[in-house]
Design a protein around this ligand. Structure first.
Ligand SMILES: Cc1cc2nc3c(=O)[nH]c(=O)nc-3n(C[C@H](O)[C@H](O)[C@H](O)COP(=O)(O)OP(=O)(O)OC[C@H]3O[C@@H](n4cnc5c(N)ncnc54)[C@H](O)[C@@H]3O)c2cc1C
Length: 424
């Protein structure tokens, strides 16, 4: 007797959402092809620590092949998906090759949005991938080296020194706040005694946002606490101020033009343009509108999750935020749903459980909202550290990150300050 053919599931994206679906189907009678344009899963919440020389890329990322080494029903392909042909149940790679599916999960995350000013990107890189983080790290470290070199050869022009040692972060959400706090620590603590010409402590660090306070997704009391913590680190906080232009010479912040060589973008998000090929409804950020079963309209076999999806929180009626717990819970739900479907059962609807949110503002300071409880300062930072270690993938990484954090906390040092590209 011939064995019945197993259904084929394609998962596009090995981030939090896609990885959770694949791992949740470990023992299911289904063949999975996981396609990602990168060869690794990256723990994005700690990317800023790679960008600010506290951690190495290997501490927060693992090759997808290694993750699925023992899960025989998963085949990993490193490739970029170009489009989905929903009517034919096929996906097409940028190479032109096509694959058929019985079930499709799209978990392609988001990229930065420059609000219609894509030309700003080359002067204001954002932070989404390991490559982005390394680029930012390079820029920060090189800025201090260039300033020291200028001063050492007697070519020091005060304006040029000021430009090199000014850092502007656009966007005061968690990523912007974390970047600003860490750059301030590099300037005011880590590098303080290491230069003989410049004084890194004189670096100007500015964070700017059009919103009325920092961390708008948090209650204003926590946003205010984060702003105070930033100010203690000598970060200038400009809220209710729009960025209207970015050039190689600097950035226009409200009425002030700030000359700087170091602008980092932590503002808007946009979903992958690949979603347009679905032909279904997208929101203004390009995310696919999904129902309470996470499928797109008219194609129950096509699900979109995580940052690529516009799903409604059944408890509040608002769209779910683009955060890791949403992607993970949606991934867990889909794995369960697919297993139930394989048994001929109908799965219940997706419900999000909001466990809270956190952001850190440098060494030993954070804010956390857990239900109605608010925390700030050292306690919040301990909670933040514990949760991030817990969710980091791989035992070796957890151990390494914990040891590095303890060492950095005690010594104020940043261990990964090597400039590896020729950028002087
Ligand atoms: C710097 C930063 C800090 C963050 N901090 C926090 C935090 O503190 N707490 C929190 O909860 N959330 C945080 N987030 C948000 C959180 O990381 C995301 O919500 C989460 O990663 C979304 O998971 P996802 O699976 O939807 O997408 P991702 O994790 O982004 O994964 C998407 C995957 O799809 C792949 N991909 C994309 N397009 C294609 C294509 N066309 N073909 C093939 N592969 C493709 C990508 O390579 C990637 O591996 C942060 C995000 C960033 C960028």
């Amino acid at each position: 007797m011939q064995a019945a053919q197993r259904p084929h599931l394609i998962i596009i994206g090995g981030g939090f959402g896609g990885l959770t679906v694949a791992r949740g189907l470990k023992r299911a009678a289904i063949d999975i092809t996981l396609i990602d344009k990168a060869n690794h899963h990256v723990f994005q919440p700690l990317l800023y620590q790679v960008a600010t020389a506290a951690l190495s890329p290997g501490n927060i990322a693992l090759p997808l092949r290694a993750i699925f080494r023992n899960q025989k029903n998963v085949r990993v392909l490193m490739n970029r998906v170009d489009s989905v042909m929903t009517a034919e149940k096929k996906i097409r790679l940028v190479s032109g090759d096509e694959f058929s599916y019985d079930r499709l999960v799209i978990a392609t995350g988001a990229r930065h949005s420059y609000f219609g000013h894509n030309e700003w990107e080359k002067n204001a890189p954002g932070l989404k991938t390991l490559a982005d983080a390394l680029k930012i790290r390079q820029k920060i470290l090189v800025a201090f080296e260039r300033a020291e070199a200028l001063l050492s050869v007697g070519k020091a022009d005060a304006n040029e020194l000021r430009r090199l040692l000014t850092f502007v972060i656009v966007g005061a959400g968690p990523t912007g706040v974390e970047l600003a706090g860490s750059i301030a620590e590099i300037a005011h603590y880590t590098l303080r005694k290491e230069f003989r010409g410049i004084n890194p402590d004189t670096a100007r660090i500015v964070i700017v946002d059009a919103a009325s306070h920092v961390l708008t997704a948090f209650p204003s009391v926590l946003g205010d606490s984060a702003a105070r913590a930033l100010q203690k680190l000598k970060v200038e906080v400009h809220t209710q101020t729009a960025v209207t232009n970015i050039t190689p010479a600097g950035v226009q912040i409200g009425e002030e033009f700030v000359p700087t060589a170091n602008i980092f973008w932590a503002a808007g998000n946009t979903a992958s343009s690949m979603l347009k090929s679905l032909g279904s409804e997208l929101d203004r950020a390009g995310r696919a509108m999904v129902g309470d079963d996470l499928a797109i309209a008219n194609f129950p076999e096509v699900s979109v999750i995580g940052d690529a999806a516009h799903a409604i929180d059944s408890a509040t009626g608002n769209p779910l935020p683009g955060v890791a717990p949403v992607a993970i819970q949606q991934g867990l739900y889909l794995a369960r749903k697919i297993k139930q479907e394989l048994r001929g059962k109908i799965a219940p609807k997706f419900r999000y459980w909001d466990k809270g949110s956190m952001a850190t503002i440098g060494r030993g300071r954070a804010v956390a909202k857990l239900g109605k409880l608010h925390f700030s300062g050292f306690i919040a930072w301990l909670m933040w550290s514990f949760i991030h270690i817990l969710y980091l993938i791989g035992f070796r990484n957890r151990f390494a990150v914990m040891s590095l954090w303890i060492y950095s906390y005690l010594t104020n040092s940043r261990t990964v300050r090597l400039i590896t590209a020729d950028d002087l």
